[in-house]
Design a protein around this ligand. Structure first.
Ligand code: DI6
Ligand code: FE
Length: 399
């Protein structure tokens, strides 16, 4: 299988957007072989089938590095309650919020969960995603966490998408462990991680470090278990308050700290030293009517890479479109359009510990997006993004 994409505005995402105004990309056997000017395609590739982009923008396939895409049930009533004055934390403490999705997810079978997820997955694909991360965290028993991870793994067999699975049993303390968070970690989170790893269901480990969830002290045994299993860690840190989660996670060598609106200078410095990526999730900020902005200028000054993701979930970010998240990252957080696109490609790959995708360069996976656009800034500029003209997944055009 080989294909040459020609007459494209190619955003290679190497050294910024790395724009090639009239570019071509040679693909073979699921990999990128060559990228350069359309009139410089080497002779050895002259016989390969060509697809003209007629001047359209081509980017790497987008990478959504933070989603809770698998869930059952609805949170529309909670949305209304919040508009009537209840806060996200009040609802959570009263047993709603994440725990209401837990009840619905426990009641669903694996195939129910897959069926509920596919329409959301199709929206992500239609918006340009070629790799997505999917977390567990709405099961909170060993069996239900495994069921979620199996459903997440199944998605890859049903659609042209790469799925990175994340164990997030430390998302909330279930009612039967109320006030016993450390026991929950020991009796459910760690055993479910071991079982998921034994079944090859888990690629990385995440947790929610927050007043309504877990402290870093409670999470330490889980992260050390992850290390023992050779699994990378990441953390929902400083979303609603500064719990010093980023300092803890960076010291554990975390791939990313996510949300980070309330992070302090100590957290930023720790992330810079560890090379931990800041994953910005403007959909949750928007939905929760947050006013505390993530310290974008401090991340830039410290050289902390910033990724952008949807945080697709029923509570705080019912949003499947990465281009919309990129628009929000620019409008709400003041990222530049180039930073937002880097955030959904190069930096998102880093946040997942993946080196084989995120840019258009020889050796990278042949996952590309062809947009009805002519400049990379258009993806973030248009609210919801320009139309995806076609998608190339594993070197195959699936227009
Ligand atoms: N922070 C979030 O924004 C999501 N999880 C988390 O730890 C929200 C999940 C939910 O409300 O269902
Ligand atoms: Fe999240």
């Amino acid at each position: 299988m080989a294909l040459v994409v020609t007459d494209a505005v190619v955003a290679t995402m190497q050294g910024g957007t790395g724009l090639i105004p009239s570019g071509a990309v040679v693909l073979r056997d699921g990999r990128i072989l060559w990228v350069g000017a359309s009139d410089r395609i080497p002779d050895e590739y002259q016989d390969i089938e060509r697809h003209s982009c007629d001047g359209r923008l081509v980017t790497p396939g987008l990478i959504d590095c933070h989603t809770h895409a698998v869930w059952a049930g609805s949170r529309a009533a909670e949305f209304e309650a919040r508009l009537n004055g209840a806060s996200y934390e009040e609802i959570a403490r009263a047993g709603g919020g994440i725990l209401s999705t837990v009840a619905a997810t426990r009641a669903a079978s694996e195939s129910d969960l897959i069926a509920a997820t596919l329409p959301r997955l199709d929206q992500m694909i239609a918006s340009g995603a070629t790799t997505i991360e999917v977390k567990s965290g709405y099961g909170l028993t060993v069996a239900d966490e495994l069921k979620m991870l199996r459903a997440a793994r199944a998605l890859e067999r049903l659609r042209p998408i790469h799925v990175v699975t994340t164990h997030l049993a430390a998302h909330a303390v279930p009612p039967d462990y109320k006030g016993r968070a450390a026991d929950y970690i020991a009796e459910v989170a760690i055993p479910s991680l071991r079982a998921a790893h034994a079944e090859a269901l888990v690629d990385q480990v995440d947790a929610f470090c927050e007043g309504i969830a877990f402290s870093s002290q409670e999470l330490a045994p889980l992260f050390s278990e992850a290390r023992g299993l050779g699994l990378p860690v990441k953390l929902h840190a400083e979303q609603l308050s500064d719990r010093k989660g980023a300092v803890f996670a960076a010291a554990e060598g975390a791939l990313s700290c996510d949300h980070v609106e309330y992070i302090g200078p100590d957290g930023v410095a720790a992330m810079a030293v560890a090379g931990t990526v800041a994953v910005l999730l403007p959909g949750a900020f928007y939905s929760l009517h947050e006013t505390q902005l993530p310290p974008v200028a401090a991340f830039r000054a410290a050289g902390v890479a910033m990724a952008v993701a949807t945080d697709l979930n029923p509570g705080t970010s019912p949003m499947a479109s990465l281009p919309l998240a990129m628009n929000m990252a620019c409008t709400l957080f003041r990222l530049t359009p180039a930073e937002a696109l880097l955030g959904a490609t190069v930096q998102a790959a880093r946040a997942l510990g993946l080196t084989d995708r995120g840019s258009i360069a020889p050796g990278q996976r042949a996952d590309l997006c062809l947009w009805d656009a002519t400049h990379p800034a258009e993806i973030a500029w248009r609210i919801g993004g320009p139309k995806l003209h076609a998608r190339i997944f594993g070197g195959r055009l699936d227009a």
